[in-house]
Design a protein around this ligand. Sequence first.
Ligand SMILES: Cc1ncc(COP(=O)(O)O)c(C=O)c1O
Length: 391
Amino acid sequence: MDHTPVRPKDRFLVFGAPEIHQDEIDEVVASLKSGWIGTGPKVARFEDDFKAYKGAPNAAAVYSCTAALHLSMLASGVGEGDEVITTPLTFCASVNSIIHTGATPVLADIDPRTMNIDPERVAEKITPRTRAIMPVHFAGRACEMDALCALAKHHDLMIIEDCAHAIETEYHGTKAGLFGDFGCFSFYVTKNVITGEGGIVVARDDALAARIKVLALHGMSKDAWKRFSDSGWVHYQVIEAGFKYNMMDIQAALGIHQLKRVEKNWRRRHEIWNRYNEAFRDLSIGTPADPAPNTRHAHHLYTIMVDESRTGIARDAFLDAIQKHNIGVGVHYLSIPEHPFYQKTFGWTPEQYPHAMRAGRQTVSLPIGPKLSDADVADVIEAVRRVLSLR
Ligand SMILES: Cc1ncc(COP(=O)(O)O)c(C=O)c1O
């Protein structure tokens, strides 16, 4: 039996490693040399570029998607006494952002095929206190927005889309982030466009986008970032108690060039996605559902399902075995009710959301990204095949 790893240790394939080009490096260096490092003209340019890419009416860059979600809800008055419905199969930030507004998060289980929040389960969770639905386009697959928007309209609810995985996602001709009242995007290091840390909000209402910009910078009046500019000093006024959630120019410097390659990178991930689908067709693992007709999948994550009763190996043992081949993998995500804080605070148990629980206990994310060479992809496939055959 061959026990040599598929890759040597010194070529460990880092999961989600971003691809950084010289353009980004030069732009960051130019920012550093210009003396303008904080929020300034490059953030404004990145906002304009993002707005154009999405065809959005506005864009407010912030420090993270978590900040984007938090401020979207605050700007529209979500707070104590309100309920916001989201999915149990998401990153903790979706739920935490609701908690930090003072509102109560409510979970609605996923559709096990799409991994996205199930509109029928959402309908069951609507109460007179429900203010908003926060769908998460998991892995870059669009949620069932027709059904969710119909529910929102019927019950007069806001929609705040968590588009952390979904920059390129489209559904029935509309781009993710433009269905609801707010679309919130992430530029964290593993995402499809990166700024190190970073996020952006697009809002249906320009006035709310403007309020988000104020809230993101201490609550200082509009364009406060210009206060040190070469056009001279200006007084600013604090008009509410805001946060320190602003994006810096050195982050935007990365984003400006990353965004230029967003479509090229999508095409590469699409290629890798198809290659994995082909390679795993005959294996006992589950592979992602095909994208629904008339939608565009962002291919942010490629998630397989390791069901021990079919594969003969438990998910966590599979993770260990793949890592031994020096391939980095991820788990997106253990369902929210698996975590002690939420159990303690809301009395949630994983069993109450059985589809998310099962997905969270079986899922493994394989590397997918523009940095991967064909040889890297072949190594991932070889490692998966070997782990399954050596069980
Ligand atoms: C679904 C989802 N929502 C929100 C976030 C938070 O994004 P950020 O790290 O930019 O705050 C993430 C980040 O991983 C995510 O995956």
